[in-house]
Design a protein around this ligand. Structure first.
Ligand SMILES: Cc1cc2nc3c(=O)[nH]c(=O)nc-3n(C[C@H](O)[C@H](O)[C@H](O)COP(=O)(O)O)c2cc1C
Length: 194
């Protein structure tokens, strides 16, 4: 069975750059043996997080996706140096499902999106998830032509690299985490999730 990767798209724009690059990473990860699913939060819209109002068909469906995944690729536009509100809302709902999972990051920005990706990484670290040590920055002015095709060799290279590394490192970490959940070893962070 391949690594199960869930791509989470969090732009409300139909022709979102971050979502397009996310789809490409998922395609490339499939070619490397992963199973992938796309959760586009523009299409499957979550309610605003509320701890006592949590019964909606959309939430049930998104929960199914999250429970299925071993690894995630979070894709967000850069909004004021941070992630989109849609992505933050998703993280608020599912923080307790991220321990031991592996995360990659994509951000569409005119300024590299480093702070936005760092904030997603901080949230994931707070939830005991593992993060890839780099992310993919997408710049609509430089990376796409007027028809919306990717023209940046560097961006294509980075999508291939993220897909490769997610499958390689993600599989190793996932296998070890699953073993640690099953074992009786007390000296691992996985022990508290048994
Ligand atoms: C509310 C809002 C805030 C934004 N803030 C920034 C910003 O701080 N820095 C930046 O480079 N771009 C900013 N942008 C531009 C978007 O990040 C940019 O258009 C991005 O490509 C959108 O990604 P998408 O195509 O995936 O929706 C902002 C856009 C909006 C709507």
């Amino acid at each position: 069975m391949g690594l199960k990767i869930l791509g989470v798209a969090s732009s409300m724009r139909e022709s979102s750059y971050s979502t397009r690059v996310l789809k490409l990473v998922l395609e490339k990860a499939e070619k490397r043996g992963a199973e992938t699913k796309l959760l586009d939060l523009r299409v499957l819209q979550l309610p605003m997080y509320h701890p006592e109002q949590n019964d909606s068909p959309e939430l049930d469906k998104v929960t199914e996706y999250v429970k299925w995944a071993d690894a995630f690729v979070l894709a967000s536009p850069d909004y004021h140096g941070s992630m989109s509100g849609v992505m933050k809302n998703f993280l608020d709902f599912f923080w307790s499902d991220f321990a031991g999972k592996v995360f990659g990051y994509i951000c569409a920005s005119h300024e590299k999106g480093l702070t936005a990706m760092d904030q997603m990484r901080t949230a994931v670290r707070q939830c005991y998830g593992w993060s890839m040590p780099y992310g993919i920055s997408v710049n609509s002015d430089q990376d796409f032509d007027s028809q919306g095709n990717i023209i940046s060799e560097n961006l294509l290279f980075r999508t291939e690299t993220l897909a490769r590394d997610l499958v390689a490192y993600g599989s190793l970490i996932t296998d070890q985490y699953k073993k640690d959940l099953q074992s009786k070893e007390p000296n691992t962070f996985a022990a508290r999730y048994r």
